[in-house]
Design a protein around this ligand. Structure first.
Ligand SMILES: [Zn+2]
Length: 489
């Protein structure tokens, strides 16, 4: 049958074992026993990363070794009507034309189960010509990069590495960005009373498209936090609280604020005006952009000793004008969006920042963002701007979850060989591109000086969603391409 190939048979077995990021022990042990049953040496570390080695085939004993790498964890997303339990249920594969999808309404785990299966198929096949192989399987790629970050590569001899985590057979990845999370906090001061007779309202701005904080940052989709701030600067409003965004790695689609306004009509007029402006600016990217307001106390004008109050009786004290000015300064001057385009790759963002979360809890303004750059130095250029802003405003900054870029190298024998092999096999030219997203490759490039590195993979679509699918035909192309590369190395 169609799915009865070396790679897909292994993928089907691998899919039986749960492997959500952080829960890789069982799958790691399964791969370990599998490799040992083939007589291959395996090293397993205490977070379940694996290094498997296989000697060179006859005639390749004096060739330089090659490293293949993939991640064994997967993103676990399911449809709301799926009762799949990612902790124990197998993922069953289903054919839909040329595509393999999950039969359980879940992510398929082709990311990166196909890369893992291809490397295992090479390890299992004693008829293939290849140099000595070092296969590295990492954990937690989808969450923290902990596997790639902490794996001990001191025993690795290879200076050539093929990462098997890409999603297009006609593309060759040649670089990826580095980055860091940033948490910026600024103390705020409130008035001791609200303006007499004013009422509280919750304003919601929503309907933006959002997207990946790196790969979609150049698409002009708008940031709900910046837009809401522009609205809140209207002098007729007093701001009580602001919140927006759920994850620094996503461009925020929604943001909301509790404000005080002199009356409902004034507020309605302000919102209608701003909405018209924003809809015009984002008519292409967010035609459904909307701004709504509702009274927070349910009636619109409950006053407690001259101050507005919410339904639960909480007094709504607005931020002082100075505090609001500080928030404006912080959000307006904080790096947000594209910092610079990449001069080597047309249309690729070189560095960026995304304000993904805002909150004013506990009288502290918090902004959380994700900084990215093709070079560690351009990441630092942006964090330098954030540090400068923090010093100016008396705010503080913490950086977390940093990861290193895989910097593009002008000379790469492995890349040249991949490109010429692809043209020989399939005709046409392989597209070379760098990503404005993080890959594990960055950690290996940093740990193994002089490492020549590429990333490849078969055609997959809708990663990280229950629609995730991989092309059967493309898996065959990808695997024959991998075998041809190994034969030439
Ligand atoms: Zn992946």
């Amino acid at each position: 049958m169609k799915m009865d190939t070396d790679v897909l048979k292994i993928f089907r077995e691998l899919s039986r074992i749960p492997r959500e990021s952080g829960n890789e022990k069982e799958v790691s042990n399964w791969i370990k026993s599998w490799a040992e049953s083939l007589g291959l040496p395996v090293v397993q570390d205490d977070i379940w990363d694996l290094i498997i080695t296989k000697p060179a085939s006859a005639g390749y004993e004096d060739h330089e070794p090659v490293l293949m790498q993939a991640h064994i964890d997967m993103v676990c997303e399911k449809n709301s009507d799926s009762d799949h339990d990612f902790a124990k249920d197998p993922i069953e594969l289903k054919l839909d034309g040329d595509w393999i999808v999950s039969a359980n309404g879940t992510t398929l785990g082709a990311d990166d189960g196909i890369g893992v299966s291809a490397a295992m198929a090479v390890l299992a096949d004693d008829t293939l010509p290849h140099p000595s192989l070092e296969v590295v399987f990492t954990v937690q790629e989808e969450t923290t990069f902990a596997g790639a970050e902490s794996i001990d590569v001191s025993a690795i001899k290879s200076r050539r590495m093929i990462n098997l985590d890409h999603a297009d057979e006609a593309e060759l990845i040649v670089g990826s960005c580095g980055g860091t999370g940033a948490k910026f906090t600024l103390p705020l001061i409130r008035e001791s009373a609200a303006p007499s007779g004013w009422s509280g309202y919750r304003i919601r701005l929503f309907g933006l498209k959002g997207g990946h904080s790196g790969e979609d940052i150049h698409r002009g989709r708008g940031n709900a936090i910046s837009l809401l701030l522009r609205l809140l600067e209207t002098p007729e409003l007093r701001v009580v609280s602001i919140s927006g965004g759920t994850n620094r790695l996503a461009i925020p689609r929604e943001a909301e604020a509790v404000v005080l306004a002199p009356d409902g009509e004034t507020l309605e007029a302000i919102l209608a005006d701003v909405k018209q402006t924003f809809r015009k600016e984002y008519s292409g990217a967010a035609p459904d952009l909307d701004i709504t307001a509702e009274p927070v106390d349910g009636g619109g004008s409950a006053n407690v000793a001259g101050t507005a109050a919410a339904a639960d009786g909480a007094v709504l004290l607005p931020l002082t004008a100075d505090a609001m000015q500080m928030i404006s300064a912080a959000v307006r001057l904080y790096p947000n969006g594209i910092a610079q385009m990449n001069g080597s790759f047309e249309g690729l963002v070189e560095s960026s920042d995304n304000i993904g979360i805002i909150s004013t809890e506990g009288d502290v303004l918090t902004l959380v963002s994700e900084v990215r750059g093709a070079y560690q130095s351009t990441v630092q250029d942006i964090t330098g701007t954030i540090d400068t802003l923090a010093a100016l405003l008396g705010a503080s900054v913490e950086y977390f979850n940093g990861y290193v870029p895989w910097e593009f190298e002008a000379d790469s024998k492995l890349r040249d060989l991949a490109v010429s092999t692809y043209t020989e096999m399939f005709g046409g030219e392989m597209r070379q591109l760098a990503l404005h997203a993080g890959l594990e490759c960055g950690f290996f490039a940093e740990k193994i000086p002089g490492l020549d590195l590429i990333s490849i993979g078969p055609n997959c679509q809708y990663f990280h969603s229950p629609e995730e699918r991989v092309s059967v035909t493309s898996v065959e192309h990808f695997y024959s391409f991998l075998k041809a590369l190994l034969r030439k190395l």
